[in-house]
Design a binder for this molecule. Structure first.
Ligand SMILES: [Zn+2]
Length: 258
């Protein structure tokens, strides 16, 4: 275990590990300073590769599996509702398809969702051996990427799914025009919100939690607002910035191995 943990939150047990990275300390500098995991935001590629390697190493430690036994999967996120299904090793080869959710039945495949205000969702049914990671911003939440991912997991055998919803921009901090809030509320009434200053806003994570609940998924919503926490990257606060990640991985080791 290194002294500087990369985790904002982490959990190991029951045949899986789930975690969210914090901005923390990493190889990235300037506006990206910290443990930026994104290759698409203008950060130095070498720094991002170092950060990813550090996080994957820590994830292997968390899962108590060999570091070279972890296969990371990063998505090409496009704010849609496509789900990438990875049920065979061969499906990890080749170009990365665009998707905002990824589902696997393979152990030691680490599924990442990268965010800086959008809502990261980690899903797992360790008994059935199915895991999923979802990137849900306002468009993805409204397009139903979360229930689509849950359905994809059930299609490959998941029965009792639980979810951990990570930190995102909160409803008090996500101001939008009134028309945008009305359009969102027609799809998910619970996401209509009000800012700290009383203007119209959307609570994307509240919409996500409602969708998970409707889909009969046992859900834990972690506290924390990206815009209000300097420990997390926030696009709304900083504009040009990095991305932190949610990650879920099935382990093929006994959860209670000492
Ligand atoms: Zn907030």
């Amino acid at each position: 275990m290194s002294a500087a943990s990369p985790w904002w939150w982490s959990e190991r047990g029951g045949g899986s590990v789930l975690a969210f990275t914090s901005r923390g300390s990493g190889a990235s500098a300037g506006p990206y300073a910290g443990l930026d995991l994104a290759l698409h935001v203008g950060d130095d590629e070498t720094a991002v590769r170092l950060n990813r390697a550090a996080v994957i190493g820590e994830l292997a430690d968390l899962a108590r599996v060999p570091q070279d036994g972890v296969t990371p999967v990063f998505m090409d996120q496009v704010h849609g509702s496509e789900v990438r299904l990875v049920t065979r090793e061969e499906e990890l080869l080749g170009p990365v398809p665009s998707s905002d959710a990824v589902v696997t039945t393979l152990p030691r495949v680490a599924l990442f969702a990268l965010v800086a205000d959008c809502t990261p969702v980690l899903l797992v049914d360790p008994d059935a051996g199915v895991a999923g990671a979802v990137h849900a911003g306002r468009p993805g939440m409204l397009a139903g990427v979360v229930p689509v991912a849950v359905a994809a997991m059930r299609d490959v055998g998941a029965r009792s799914i639980r979810a951990v919803v990570g930190p995102s921009v909160c409803g008090r901090c996500y101001e939008v025009p009134a028309e945008m809030r009305e359009a969102a509320a027609r799809v998910e009434p619970v996401c209509a919100a009000v800012t700290w200053t009383g203007t119209t806003a959307i609570d994307v994570a509240a919409g996500v939690v409602e969708q998970l609940t409707r889909a009969d998924v046992a859900t834990r919503w972690l506290p924390g607002c990206t815009r209000e926490s300097q420990d997390l990257y926030s696009y709304r606060r900083d504009g040009r910035t990095g991305r932190f990640g949610g990650v879920v991985m099935l382990t093929d080791t006994s959860p209670d191995t000492p």
